[in-house]
Design a protein around this ligand. Structure first.
Ligand code: ADP
Ligand code: ZN
Length: 748
């Protein structure tokens, strides 16, 4: 056994140090082991990345201890980690850290107790505004919890919000947050008796798909080669889950294990139950299901992790980070709702769990199934290119028809609809009908933009960039319309360029406004509002859904949160208050997102006995995304969308990297962003397009200015190399932070 080990130190931007391995640890330390070492006089944690026969370091010290042999990363995961670091231009240490759950990283063992901060109650927007005026740092901390509901360590929270202990203290004093050394144990799945579920007979479509998958699984077994991934395109309610269950059963039969990824929001007890009732009761010979989601306490997460590592559970189901679950002898990876943006991690390392899953499948020689009712353009294009194999479920499993989608043209509703706070006459009538019949309604309102597009309420015209065709963003500070992708800028028009109406203006009605309207128009209706403002408390999401399911709520008003994967038989009406907010967001995926959203939302209506109806309100009724969604025409949508992407050289025809620069000083931030863009342009080969530095659509956040530079090229490899060599090596002035986002999803 080589007596020396090269250690990659966590939190050190890739610093590697050599240590000797004490004799008693020789046969336990392997590449991938997590170890504790002394750096200067502090105990820190790191990962063994290489074993060495020799080291020329003078005065080499022995490593202190193993974090625990369970936490070593197996060779395949080490390879996956190196691939991620390369591909996502991320520090390898941050990748290694993110591959383990918090308790397994060894941070608590390294002599530091981690204090976890969580939100106590919900915060009203008005209160947040008040706090923001008097104590901006405290407000920044509270805002963090708008996006991330799970507890977070004090250290991480303070560094993210650039705040200090005194802000935390004040918030604890005010009763807003709580700090725990160890979190309360959840009781969600405890002491629950699980009964084996009835296994339905497959319909003909499902049978065809399952047979193809079973053949493929058998082939993998026989030849030990990795097949190309499958894309399962099945309309909402087509019975994709049953297909997954059958493929998993076959995998378990051959002695292997299986990984199921679902978006965080779909990881409900209901979903988990479907898997556990098949694989986690007395009759299943200990297949066992481990569940990994962010609402688990760190201790629970560790326990689930250990069950997988010990082989007590052979199926893991979880959200994004479960892609790293320590399954032994992995035979299948399923990514449900593969188009979901929440698979993309929005902090370093900014990986996309679907793409990591495909890579892990290749390394593990496991079958990969990506499933969706609205496959991402990237994945469907991979089918066209022959990289993925397409499987289809074109009909609903219960034989129901797809719901009827009606489009209401808001231009014709004119001033009237505005005075009614967002509800057009047809939508009001439809709601009345449901209330009278004792049926339920879901009203959907996309979150209001932080920045705005210019939209004419007379003709529906929207100001777009001539280069990118994205909606231009109005920056009020300097009264400029800007494309944040290429940097194109212009003065906002005083009249609509199309119909010359002087009333061209930004659009947007918030959820609160609509809530008031509904309360005024339907005072007797039982209404619940569900968005990040009202749902920050742990468990409130499940509360509201429980009540809705029990029909104690007539109208559910909410944002994205309510669009996904939920199955309510008594919902017969779904209303989309304003489809344009998504459609005109300054993002090349705006059309795709609108199509996905409408299709998914429509899938919520009419799951039971009665036929469903969907009403879409829009100023752009002719938009292809809306028209194709209305006709349940994925193929038509894809064809139109892919030609738009090609014409403007957007992904997947190019690969994109977004470089974001932020800082408190406007001058330093713009100067750094400009300089980076300039240097990149000088160093870039001609195949790479480098944009001007431009303000992010969300120009200022958490007291910092935000600028960005976009790079596009045919080859992702060329692009990543350029960024690693130029941008990451760039000497930044103090206080300026640079981040790199490969295959960005959030262009804000
Ligand atoms: P998807 O995930 O494709 O949206 P689901 O898997 O949720 O669809 O299935 C929709 C409904 O159809 C569920 O209630 C499920 O139990 C039911 N279902 C699925 N397959 C069958 C089948 N072969 N026979 C009867 N019902 C089925
Ligand atoms: Zn542009």
């Amino acid at each position: 056994m080589p007596p020396f080990a090269r250690i990659l130190i966590d939190r050190s931007e890739g610093r590697k140090l050599d240590y000797s391995v004490p004799t008693d640890l020789l046969d336990q330390v392997t590449v991938g082991s997590r170890v504790i070492v002394m750096v200067r006089n502090r105990r820190v944690v790191g990962t063994v990345i290489e074993l060495l026969d020799d080291s020329d370091v003078a005065g080499i010290r022995p490593l202190e201890a193993l974090v625990g042999e369970e936490t070593s990363l197996p060779p395949i995961m080490m390879r996956l980690g190196h691939w991620m670091a390369d591909y996502y231009c991320a520090p390898i240490a941050s990748v290694m850290r993110s591959m383990l759950p918090p308790m397994m990283r060894g941070e608590t063992i390294a002599g530091r107790k981690v204090r976890m901060v969580s939100l106590v109650g919900m915060i009203k927007a008005e209160e947040l505004k008040r706090i923001e005026k008097s104590a901006p740092k405290q407000a920044a901390i509270l805002k963090h919890f708008e996006t991330f509901s799970e507890p977070i360590s004090t250290q991480e929270l303070l560094s993210r919000c650039d705040a200090s202990e005194s802000s935390l203290k004040a918030l604890v004093g005010g009763g807003w947050i709580r700090i725990d050394l160890e979190r309360r144990r959840g009781v969600e799945f405890e002491n629950e008796e699980i009964l084996p579920g009835k296994i339905p007979k497959l319909n003909a479509d499902q049978q065809g798909v399952v047979s193809a998958l079973e053949r493929s699984l058998d082939e993998v077994d026989a030849n030990a080669t990795a097949p190309s991934p499958y894309l399962l395109h099945g309309v909402t309610g087509s019975g994709k889950t049953e297909v997954y269950l059958r493929a998993l059963a076959r995998t378990l039969d051959s002695g292997k294990s299986g990984l199921v990824l679902v978006p965080e929001i779909a990881l409900t007890p209901q979903t988990v139950e479907r898997f556990r009732s098949r694989f986690d009761h007395a009759g299943t010979k200990g297949a066992g299901v481990a569940v990994l989601h962010s609402h688990l306490t760190d201790a629970e997460r560790r326990e689930e992790w250990m069950r997988l590592q010990r082989g007590e559970a052979r199926i893991a189901i979880g959200a994004r980070s479960a892609v790293f679950a320590p399954l032994k002898n992995l035979g299948i990876i399923i990514v449900d709702e593969e188009h979901e943006n929440t698979y993309k991690q929005e902090e370093t390392p900014r990986y996309h769990a679907r793409d990591v899953a495909v890579m892990r499948g290749r390394l593990e020689k496991a079958l990969v199934i990506l499933g969706s009712a609205t496959p991402s353009v990237e994945s469907f294009q991979n089918v066209q290119r022959g990289k993925y194999t397409l499987l289809q479920l074109p009909r609903r499993a219960d034989g129901q028809l797809m719901p009827l989608i009606r489009v209401v043209d808001l231009r014709l509703q004119g001033k009237r609809s505005k005075s009614e706070g967002g509800l057009s006459a047809p939508l009001q009538m439809a709601i009345t009908k449901r209330l009278e019949a004792g049926q339920q309604t879901i009203l959907f309102l996309n979150r209001r933009g932080y920045s705005t597009s210019m939209l004419c309420h007379q003709c529906g015209h929207v100001c777009r960039c001539p280069n990118c065709s994205l909606s231009l963003t109005l920056h009020r500070a300097d009264n400029r319309l800007a494309c944040h992708l290429c940097g194109h800028g212009t003065k906002p028009p005083e009249r609509c360029p199309e119909c010359k109406d002087p009333g061209i203006q930004h659009s947007g009605i918030g959820t609160q406004r609509v809530e008031e309207t509904i309360r005024r128009l339907f005072p007797k209706a039982r209404l619940a509002r569900m968005d990040a403002d009202t749902m920050s408390r742990r468990g409130s999401y499940a509360d509201v859904l429980g009540k809705f399911r029990a029909c104690q709520i007539d109208i559910l008003l909410g944002t994205q949160m309510i669009a996904k994967g939920l199955d309510f038989p008594n919902v017969t009406l779904v209303g989309i208050i304003n489809a344009d907010i998504g459609l005109h967001s300054p993002d090349f995926r705006a059309g795709e997102r609108t199509f996905q959203l409408l299709t998914q939302v429509a899938g919520r209506a009419g799951r039971g006995e009665t036929e469903g109806e969907v009403i879409v309100q829009t100023f752009s009724p002719a938009s292809p995304s809306i028209q194709h969604a209305r006709h349940h025409d994925y193929a038509g949508f894809f064809e139109q969308e892919i030609s738009f992407r090609e014409a403007f050289r957007h992904p997947p025809f190019t690969r994109m990297i977004l470089i974001k620069v932020r800082g408190v000083s406007l001058e330093k931030t713009t100067r750094s962003a400009d300089l980076i863009a300039k240097v990149l342009r000088i160093k870039a080969p001609s195949s790479v397009e480098v944009s001007e530095a431009s303000p992010a659509p969300l120009e200022r956040a958490h007291g910092q200015y935000r600028y960005q530079v976009t790079l596009k090229a045919k080859s992702g490899v060329v692009l990543a190399r350029l960024v690693r060599e130029v941008a990451l090596e760039f000497k930044l002035p103090e206080g300026i932070i640079l981040t790199v986002d490969v295959d960005p999803y959030s262009l804000i």
